[in-house]
Ligand binder design. Structure first.
Ligand code: PAF
Length: 342
């Protein structure tokens, strides 16, 4: 009895101490809090786009804010242009703890976080405003929270603009114009299936391989937002036509490895998370600002832009994809919520 009483008292003491040490809610779970060791930290951040793209500009801003707020104790080294891996590899790197921070389109992230799959369904969002409202609301927050189950802390939603088809063969105005076209897609089963429905021949590959594929004529076409066509000079990669199909609103996401989060002293980890949470909307505004200018540059560079496209026939053809992946990704409920919200 005496021994039991002692044990109970000991356990109660431990519980009181543990709860007194608990910190504020910061969006990531606090299961392994690291005491501050006074050390400095260098974190590696990767993405696939060039130095003048909003992914980079936003990461630089985030790095500056973190440097200032931590008195130089946390330095973020940024690697653009897939220098430390393309988007799929970067995401995997975060789950393994070999990459600390990433901003990536959601399509390849889905390979590790199936809960995001719904975001890559074609023609999902009515328009950009509806997409932002949904992502910034409970639905989007629920998805960011889910990422932690897969070893990644979801920080904030970003974007790259609407995806459009470019190709080397002819103007695309209706689904039939895609017949037999060899098109590079992202490494995402939903994208692949949508282009199969449209009669094209999709080849999934990472973006750093896609450019060579286009230059060498291994593929005739690709699909990406306007800013990508501009910043990667796709007119020099045989892309003579761009059709503004807007088939996917390219959601992107700022992320941090959970392993990195757990290894940082809590005070520093919280600052990184807070700055990561704030940077998404800054990045999105930059895309909106830069997109119109990119469209002009694409035209000046000689790409014929087909702007006035009736998307209804494209929507009709890709419809079966919604049902096709429902079981695999289990997105029925969240899909209905997204559709009802707009
Ligand atoms: O097509 C892709 O892989 C992506 O859209 C890109 C260009 C890497 C930007 O996120």
């Amino acid at each position: 009895m005496k021994r039991n009483l002692l044990l109970t008292l000991l356990m109660a003491f431990v519980l009181v101490i543990a709860s007194a040490c608990g910190g504020a809610d910061d969006g990531a779970s606090d299961d392994a809090e690291v005491a501050d060791d006074g050390k400095d930290y260098v974190l590696q951040a990767g993405h696939s786009l060039p130095n003048d793209h909003p992914y980079q500009i936003a990461l630089e801003q985030m790095a500056k804010n973190i440097d200032e707020r931590t008195d130089g104790r946390v330095t973020i080294e940024i690697f653009p242009n897939s220098e430390i891996g393309a988007e799929k590899e970067l995401t995997e790197g975060m789950t393994l703890g070999t990459v600390d921070l990433v901003v990536s389109s959601t399509a390849p992230v889905t390979n590790f976080i199936p809960e995001l799959a719904v975001l890559d369904l074609p023609f999902l969002f009515k328009d950009r405003d509806a997409a932002v409202e949904i992502l910034e609301g409970d639905i989007g927050q629920g998805m960011l929270d889910k990422m932690e189950d897969h070893g990644i802390v979801g920080l904030s939603w970003a974007e790259n603009g609407y995806r459009h088809v470019t190709n080397s063969k002819h103007p695309i105005e209706k689904p039939e114009d895609l017949a037999g076209l060899k098109i590079r897609t992202q490494e995402n089963p939903i994208h692949i299936s949508a282009f199969e429905e449209l009669g094209a021949q999709p080849t999934p590959m990472a973006w750093d391989e896609a450019l060579t594929g286009l230059q060498q004529g291994v593929v005739d076409a690709q699909e990406n937002p306007i800013i990508v066509a501009d910043q990667f000079s796709l007119h020099e990669a045989n892309q003579d036509y761009m059709s503004l199909t807007g088939h996917v609103y390219s959601v992107a996401v700022f992320m941090m490895s959970k392993q990195t989060y757990d290894e940082l002293p809590k005070e520093l980890a919280d600052i990184v998370v807070e700055e990561g949470e704030a940077i998404g909307s800054v990045q999105r505004d930059l895309i909106v600002e830069m997109e119109a200018e990119s469209l002009e540059k694409v035209k000046e560079n000689g790409i014929e832009v087909i702007e006035d496209i009736d998307v209804a026939p494209f929507q009709e053809v890709v419809k079966p994809v919604y049902d096709e992946f429902q079981d695999e990704y289990g997105y029925e409920e969240v899909l209905n919520e997204i559709l009802e919200a707009q």
